[in-house]
Design a protein around this ligand. Sequence first.
Ligand SMILES: [Zn+2]
Length: 132
Amino acid sequence: MDGAWTLEPSEEICAPTRVEPTWTPERIECLTKLWDEGVTTAEIGRRIGVTKNAVIGKVHRIGLVPRVVTEKPEPRRNVFDFNGPVCMWPSGHPGDTDFHFCGGRPVAGKPYCTDHAAVAYVKPREPKPQAA
Ligand SMILES: [Zn+2]
């Protein structure tokens, strides 16, 4: 016994009349489906006909993936998210968690957008002939 149980003991077999006779395979399937759809635990309970706490308990027990309840961070602008050419101007440092490419629309023939092309292709300043 090293605690590596992957199968939970079946409640139906171990204690058929215990606390959760309501969790039929159909209801569990329903729970899983509603959970995936982002329905709240209270609403799932209402639809299935069990308490919210029963839903929460079951969700934990059958190991449903916890839903992201907080707002998702803005999807990072990544060059792979775009079709066609995008501005490859790096923002931040490679390896940083917030590193990304500009992703703007590049100037024709350049790998950068207008703004970044202006930065990337600064012409060496030519000394203007002084009008004497
Ligand atoms: Zn750019």
